[in-house]
Design a protein around this ligand. Sequence first.
Ligand code: FMN
Length: 414
Amino acid sequence: MKRVDDFRLKFGQKEYVPIMIGGMGVDISTAELALEAARLGGIGHISDAMVNDVSDRRFDTSFVKDKTKQYKHNILNADKSEVKFDLDILAEATRRHVGATMEAKKGDGLVFVNCMEKLTMNGPRETLQVRMASALDAGIDGITLSAGLHLGSFGLIADHPRFRDAKLGIIVSSVRALQLFLRKNARLNRLPDFVVVEGPLAGGHLGFGLDWAQYDLATIIAEVIKYVADEQLNIPVIAAGGIFTGTDAVSFLETGSAAVQVATRFTVADECGLPTAVKQDYFRANEDDIVVNTISPTGYPMRMLKGSPAIGDGIRPNCESYGYLLDGNGNCAYITAYNRELALHPDGKNISVQDKTCLCTQMRNFKLWTCGHYTYRLKDTTRRNDDGTYQTLSAEHIFKDYQFSVDHQVALPV
Ligand SMILES: Cc1cc2nc3c(=O)[nH]c(=O)nc-3n(C[C@H](O)[C@H](O)[C@H](O)COP(=O)(O)O)c2cc1C
């Protein structure tokens, strides 16, 4: 019987343990978590979501406070079009976050940054360009583009000296999305170094509609692998979404996937950025506590615990401080929903917004508990303490369980 360790992910001449820990914003896949994956010979991700805020928390900068001050006059204004990100500050925040991570890197693995393109930051092109270029400047091993894949993204960094040496990958949920991307990028003569195919059981935003349950990762992966082979493209295809045990992973590796990307199991790792109490909510979750809804202003369905405090919360939009979802013209679906409710309750009290959430603020404060479909199985991966709480696990324990387990077994902590 095979185990994950019998396989290797190859990038050129180099080989890696074929386990990639997926990006989880905002700072849920911390540097500490990503560094463990790299130390153990696999691939970890940090995320550049709300990187100014991450920099403030990690490096004691005051980027968010300064932005709030700059745009204070606009807080009660429904029009957010003037609230822009300073590109130099964005570059500095990215370089700090990525640079500190890369300096601490040990071992033979890699650390990538997850870049969600739906974070349009009221200036989609220029902010994305700065995010990617600054991450490359700071020595990131690779960039994974996700959520809202903009077909021209590679072109934004085509002039960067590291454009051809850094690993660049994309996340897709269909063979069609991959075809479109490749067609659009043909003129750059630069293929993605890897393609993550994310199925409907993943955490975070989904590349499917509310009919997600009709899709199946194994089927989509088979289509992508066939397409890549038919076109004689040499691109490793990486399976993601609902791969819960080493045996699940082996089933993908045996059928042509080059690696797996996993995340949910690591949400209860000691190194994961979720607050300790929230990790217990993830452990306690039952299957019917996990919902897919449309409250994310990105327009993509998102999976989360139905007890997330963000759901229904009607806080005032915080775009002067954050504004990561502003589309370039000062719009975000939450602002529209909030203003609709405000018109009904002009005193501004007891406002509840059910259909959308202020994603920046809620993710920043860990009040929106996005999770994978199999979160309800996390309780089976650990032991219970005398007080009824569950033991969190080291990232190394979870990584090695994926790497060495057989027969759908999950090793409990000692
Ligand atoms: C808490 C959480 C947050 C996530 N955030 C992001 C994100 O910011 N960007 C992204 O591309 N994917 C995100 N994902 C998706 C993962 O990177 C990964 O592809 C997927 O969850 C793998 O499936 P699994 O969780 O069943 O192992 C997130 C997943 C989880 C569980």
